[in-house]
Design a protein around this ligand. Sequence first.
Ligand code: AMP
Ligand code: MN
Ligand code: MN
Length: 354
Amino acid sequence: MTAQVDAAKPSPAGPTEVDWVAAVAAVRQLPAEGRVLLICHVNPDGDALGSMLGFGLGLRRLGVHEVQATFPGPPEVPEPLGGLPGLDLLVPAAEAHPEPDLVVCFDAASDSRLGELADRLTGPGTALVLDHHASNTGFGDVNLVDPEAAATSVVAEQLLERLGVPLDPNIAECLYVALSTDTGSFRFDATTPAVHEMAARLLATGISPGDISRRVFDSRPFGAVRLFGEVLGRARLEPEAAAGQGLVWTYATLEDLDRHDQRPYVLEALIDPVRCTAEADVSCVVKQTGPDVWAVSLRSKGATDVSRVAVALGGGGHRLAAGFTGRGTVDEVVEQIRAELAVAAPEGGIDPQG
Ligand code: AMP
Ligand code: MN
Ligand code: MN
């Protein structure tokens, strides 16, 4: 590995000027015919894919020809993201360059989120990390990690700007999908003036927010609508959990998906109607991915740090949105969450000082 700066845990203040200069140099000093591999986290969401593909299209505009984009696991793009520009950059993980000159990772807090592709970071090329998780381990040679950024695409846009790549509608659409998914369509607290200014720059390229939002957020198969009805019908409210802040949860099995002839990605949106529950600060969806294996999504309205719960159970994420892989029966997984919420609650509980 050609370490350009010492790998260290990124500063909470975000990338330094030294980091930015090193990142720009890593791209500019690519050899002619240099190979670039872009990797985003497993089970990619809008920010992971959008920031990766937007940056990849930007590299193409810079004249870098050998750009591949990939992610671990099955090479399936969730349907709502199937219209993203730049999907032609994608290759299955098994076909990714074994020894790229530059590896760029997107939206992954640690190399464990890169699955079987984590070994690409230990090759001779430079590893550049673009991310916005406060828990990022600083696993790159150069780390552009900004915990204040609403999405990884904020970091990607800044790097493209420093590289002198102008926004075009395709790059803008990718970055817009990333920004709007991670801010919950500009509803979460991370939606700062700077986020709206970035959205304005992206929209100024002529992209259509109505079409994009319909595709990404407001379109799902009828079978998924019926599946949601069933799964929401079995949601449980536990007002006394999370030290009285309340927990609402539900689950979906592989058999549920089968019965409604649906693919797992449809369940990604299920947390949204669940977290509407006014009586609970914490919401949770437990989604089966294999025998006794579950992908768990956790959300908080503000009183609870769910990343503490997720980290304690082997996962990660942000204070208000986190996840982990649960093992055992649904009841066992939920019991683990209840127990961790009881531990996590005191710090996150209502502050008597106001
Ligand atoms: P999700 O509920 O899948 O939308 O994930 C919410 C947040 O939690 C994301 O920002 C992810 O970074 C993080 N996350 C989800 N699952 C895991 C996991 N198994 N390990 C680490 N972080 C996770
Ligand atoms: Mn993500
Ligand atoms: Mn993100």
